[in-house]
Ligand binder design. Sequence first.
Ligand code: XMP
Length: 321
Amino acid sequence: TWTSSNIIEDQVAAIRAQVGDKQVICGLSGGVDSAVAAALVHKAIGDQLTCIFVDHGLLRAGEAEQVEKDYVAATGIRLKVVEAADQFLGHLAGVTDPEQKRKIIGREFIRTFEAAARELDAERHIEFLVQGTLYPDVVESGGGTGTANIKSHHNVGGLPDDLQFALIEPLRTLFKDEVRALGAELGLPEEMVQRHPFPGPGLAIRIIGAVDRHRLDVLRAADLIAREELTAAGLDRDVWQFPVVLLAEVRSVGVQGDGRTYGHPVVLRPVSSEDAMTADWSRLPYDVIAKISTRITNEVPEVNRVVLDVTSKPPGTIEWE
Ligand code: XMP
């Protein structure tokens, strides 16, 4: 019968047999899958694993710290952090087209990861790459296994020929809820294990308009309030995802105290879904929405209006870009 501890024991044995005394790398994204996959591999082979975290500067409030501090504290994993926010924001400057944003982020991600992998390879010859592929990913991509490419959560191709690694995919037979159970059993931080899905291109596709540091800060502040209030209301598990979107090119008139404001709207986009292929807008209690709205307009000076997206998917997508 299926239990988390059975799976862990089996996988630990399998990983040890596969890896022997060779060196392994794993890219962390801040998401559940890579975090659990790496923790499992670390349990099996300890310091033969090195993780790489590319901080592209597009994560939500606290997420980079969660990887760099809480995750490392919980697992003892050796982590190489690449601070790449300047690089990503430099290439994104002035770009408004959603697909263009994705392309740039995907390209820079591969470049950066590859450079970090090369550096590590020079230090200690690397033979394996861990990927957090789940069973639904396997089915979706036709079931093949192979060597070497970074999981296409940025929808991009593989590593170059001279940087080939064999894959370790310890979550290949598992569904998301099983992976979460495994993560909890491995002692990972609750916020990380229960994290809602979050797109690879991050907040860049939740700013409608060009991305810059100031806009990211504004969106982060609003997003954090929405997440805090959802959690405080005990509704995290009722919602599949809760994007908060900054309409950075739109302004509307408002009033605050004695003065007129001319600020930006944010859109709340809480959705319910099974698999993100279809979705419905979440019927959050009005008092929760009211609290989020009041707090955002009080605490984030650039935002003077909060609107609720009541579109299902289809015809709307979950993300706005
Ligand atoms: P849409 O917006 O198409 O999103 O309804 C469906 C699911 O996919 C996520 N999403 C992405 N994930 N890279 C990703 O890794 C992307 O470019 C991307 N675009 C959308 C979205 O958050 C939702 O879970």
